[in-house]
Design a protein around this ligand. Structure first.
Ligand SMILES: *Cc1c(COP(=O)(O)O)cnc(C)c1O
Length: 219
């Protein structure tokens, strides 16, 4: 199936309130262009160098999301244009994004990445540490980031009940945190190619789909 057919097939399964992020990491600008021509405007990348190259090469009405681990020394390069940083996983990072957003006169939308998977390797806040930080003066002082919601990844396993439990935990954290924020806190980003239908069942409002759109990645 073509990129366009893949996108249509996935869109047909998503409720209207769920945003599809096409994860284009490791795929050429040419493939992104095919998705763009099929009407896709929201793309996710996981590495800054790659994101910068694609941003320069592709239409300016694309909404670029950073979904991979972001080092603070790379924030400045993407601050002028990034639409959403989904992978905010530390105080240091969110404070850096706030500073860089102020430097370019922007408010940058962010998601709080929360760790729920069984693997230690997956990134994200421990929920308790996140709560401590959200109640700190340092967090209250941030003016140029807007926290839009929560992002997370399920355990990498074939055990559907484990994946469901992970998504339900993320949804629970999302609903628990929501009252701390305003009405713009509206995004629960969870679900990838293998598990997005389950994520949507568990309340996801944003799915990040790569290989089911673009095919397997060659690293
Ligand atoms: C690569 C990636 C995805 C997409 O994964 P697929 O299995 O190809 O759909 C989603 N989210 C994050 C954070 C990723 O790094």
């Amino acid at each position: 199936m073509s990129v366009q057919e893949n996108i249509s097939a996935i869109r047909a399964t998503l409720p209207p309130h769920v945003t599809l992020v096409a994860v284009s990491k490791f795929h050429a600008a040419e493939s992104i262009r095919q998705a763009y021509d099929a009407g896709q405007r929201v793309f996710g990348e996981s590495r800054v160098q790659e994101l910068l190259a694609k941003y320069a090469a592709l239409p300016t009405d694309i909404e670029w999301h950073m979904i991979g681990h972001l080092q603070t020394n790379k924030v400045r390069a993407i601050a002028p244009f990034v639409a959403l940083v989904q992978s905010v996983d530390s105080a240091r990072l969110v404070e850096c994004i706030d500073r860089e957003a102020a430097r370019c006169g922007r408010v940058i939308d962010c998601l709080l990445e929360i760790h729920v998977a069984q693997e230690q390797t997956k990134s994200g806040w421990a929920y308790d540490e996140l709560c401590d930080y959200l109640h700190s003066e340092a967090f209250a002082a941030l003016k140029n980031v807007r926290i839009r919601g929560v992002m997370g990844m399920a355990t990498n396993t074939d055990d559907r009940s484990q994946i469901r439990a992970d998504f339900e935990r993320l949804a629970h954290y999302y609903h628990t945190l929501a009252p701390m924020f305003g009405e713009w806190f509206d995004t629960l980003s969870m679900g990838m190619s293998d598990d997005y239908p389950l994520a949507v069942e568990c309340g996801s409002t944003m799915v990040r789909v790569g290989s089911s759109i673009f095919g397997a990645r060659e690293y």
